[in-house]
Design a protein around this ligand. Structure first.
Ligand code: GLN
Length: 197
């Protein structure tokens, strides 16, 4: 059984936990640095990236999590979590920082303010069509050469990646934890198992 942490500072922690447990993972909620020990994988949930960043700093998790990520901890950032893993952020706060695990540029709320939230079908490599819930979602505007694109979506203004992977880091613009379809979490758990093999 895989031990999967869910960063539990802010955002949709419960929803991720429920999907992961449904898939047979043992879930540990991570709020303090010592709770990073012994994890096989980690989810950084959606929510509000500036708040998550602030709480990472005040909880003392910012540096220990950087070390774990640089050490190859398999990590899945969804929505705000993707922003936390990105290399560069547009429309962020001036002092907004991130972990630079994914060589991508993201624009916060990049799918427009009026259509801030919507649902769409997203075709995922090796999985097929999955429901995608986008909530003030970050748009991936550039991907580097080492980034694998697992799904793209066209919201009417060009095709953009919405699920990407670079080595041990995965990032997703939408919220796979808000539907009953667990296949994207399944992909992530398979990647975590592969990394431990
Ligand atoms: N717009 C939010 C942010 O910048 C992300 C939204 C979400 O995670 N649903 O953090």
């Amino acid at each position: 059984m895989r031990r999967v942490g869910v960063l539990a500072l802010q955002g949709d922690v419960r929803e991720h936990r429920a999907v992961l447990e449904r898939l047979g993972a043992r879930v540990e909620l991570v709020r303090r640095p010592e709770q990073l020990h012994g994890l096989d994988a980690l989810v950084i949930p959606g929510g509000e990236s500036t708040t998550i960043a602030y709480l990472l700093t005040t909880s003392g998790l910012r540096e220990p999590l950087a070390a774990a990520l640089n050490n190859g901890l398999v990590t899945f950032g969804t929505c705000a979590g993707l922003i936390m893993l990105a290399d560069s952020i547009s429309d962020g706060r001036l002092d907004q920082w991130s972990y630079h695990q994914l060589d991508v540029d993201v624009r916060r709320n990049g799918y427009g303010r009026q259509l801030a939230s919507f649902e769409a079908t997203v075709d995922v490599r090796g999985v097929g069509p999955v429901p995608g819930v986008f909530i003030r979602a970050p748009r991936i505007e550039r991907v580097g050469p080492d980034v694998e694109v697992w799904a793209t979506y066209d919201h009417g203004d060009g095709t953009h990646p919405v699920l990407v992977r670079q080595g041990s880091a995965w990032g997703c613009s939408f919220h796979p934890e808000l539907t009953t379809d667990a296949r994207i979490h399944g992909l992530f758990l398979d990647a975590a198992s592969e990394a431990l093999r």
